[in-house]
Design a protein around this ligand. Sequence first.
Ligand SMILES: C[S@@+](CC[C@H](N)C(=O)[O-])C[C@H]1O[C@@H](n2cnc3c(N)ncnc32)[C@H](O)[C@@H]1O
Length: 258
Amino acid sequence: MSRTKFITGLLSTHPALEIRARELAHHYSLVRLRHAPVSGYFLQLKNEGLELNCMDKKDNGPVRVDFVGGTLGHRLRFGGGRGQPLARAIGIKPGFDPSVWDATAGLGRDAFVLASLGCRVTLCERSPVLAALLDDGLKRAALNAEIGAWIESRMMLEFDDSTVALANLPDADKPDTVYLDPMYPAGKSSVLVKKNIRAVQQLAGEDRDSLPLLDMALTVAKRRVVVKRPHRAGPLHDRKPDTSIESKKTRYDIYVTL
Ligand SMILES: C[S@@+](CC[C@H](N)C(=O)[O-])C[C@H]1O[C@@H](n2cnc3c(N)ncnc32)[C@H](O)[C@@H]1O
């Protein structure tokens, strides 16, 4: 299936999208997000990739999934390797790279870090706009001489609701670790959050159904479930984890299922 057709197909499932298929077919698209809570954004497919733009001119720059340059390229080179808190939380050990189901893929930043360290990661995202951005970012990164080979073999995208997709996974495909990074409720400082996080918050909304997702994750993960939390927040739905690993702004709560 052509890239344009794939993206059009994904986006047509989103009730809040007005799709200008003719322009998409010409590889230069303008897709407006019509209704609240996503009004004020539009998508464009340019030569540099698919990008989400904000109509508000003050909001500087588009949101694109860029696994090659930008902050992710920097994190790849200087991110702390296999000793970083995320890697330890997921269960990466010398000689062992767990398979990971990233149940809340978002813009794929955490999944990218884990794949760069050796994990095979399934990125599951239910927002069609974010899934389309991810698909585009993965396809462009797969063409990169430096990282393309492992992007293609270790990062798989699923456009689905993880609670449903995990429930339907055959035993042979069950991952060692399920990773959850549900959206935090927007706080007082939300005007200050970075543009890409703000865009994800507005597109995906609050994750009100993270309790059934956590329950499903706990029944499917072969070894552990890891939940990313803000430093000062309590555990997700007050479920006490077996242990936690802290970093500067984040805590990873670990639920052992082995
Ligand atoms: C905070 S973002 C995740 C950010 C991500 N960890 C990253 O590194 O870019 C949460 C994302 O999870 C997605 N999400 C929440 N619940 C989901 C579910 N049940 N299935 C699939 N995606 C889900 C939301 O649409 C949103 O894009």
